[in-house]
Design a protein around this ligand. Structure first.
Ligand SMILES: [Zn+2]
Length: 159
């Protein structure tokens, strides 16, 4: 596997440390990018050892409006149909399960993805815009945080 650049926000030195000393046998790395200023887009990236993110989810959530909004979801072909989309959504919805979740419909991946995902998670993903709170206060991502692989959502039966 060719070594690419480290994931965004992580220095080469830190990535080498993570993949060799800290997690020498880990095949995939879950990185969470919080919104830098507390609001705006947040992101989850699943990277292989080379640093390539083969799955990525971008979303927003708003505690004031009790709304979550999926902006973009992508899983690279070879990694599709292995549950990464559902796992990423389970992570994004953690603590926000009672929110009203919407999505932007104009993404190729998302269009195929969301009807199936809605069924799996027991929630619908109607197309809508995000609330204005996130638009006003958004401003990039904070330094990424390494997380464990999320557990599948339990609401609505087997995920
Ligand atoms: Zn809001």
């Amino acid at each position: 596997m060719a070594q690419g650049p480290p994931p965004s926000g992580i220095s080469e030195r830190r990535w080498t440390l993570i993949t060799t000393l800290l997690h020498p046998r880990t095949a995939e790395f879950w990185l969470y990018y919080a919104p830098k200023n507390g609001a705006g887009p947040q992101q989850l990236r699943v990277c292989d050892r080379s640093g390539y993110d083969f799955a990525r989810l971008t979303w927003q959530s708003c505690a004031e409006c009790h709304r979550g909004h999926v902006m973009k979801i992508r899983v690279t072909d070879e990694w599709q149909r292995q549950g990464y989309g559902t796992l990423m959504m389970a992570r994004a919805m953690r603590g926000c399960e009672t929110y009203t979740w919407t999505t932007t419909p104009q993404f190729e991946d998302g269009r195929q993805f969301f009807p199936a995902l809605g069924e799996g998670l027991g929630t619908g993903f109607p197309a809508d815009k995000s609330c204005e709170h996130n638009a006003v206060r958004g401003g990039g991502y904070a330094e990424p945080r390494l997380e464990g692989r999320p557990r599948p959502a339990t609401a609505g039966g087997p995920a």
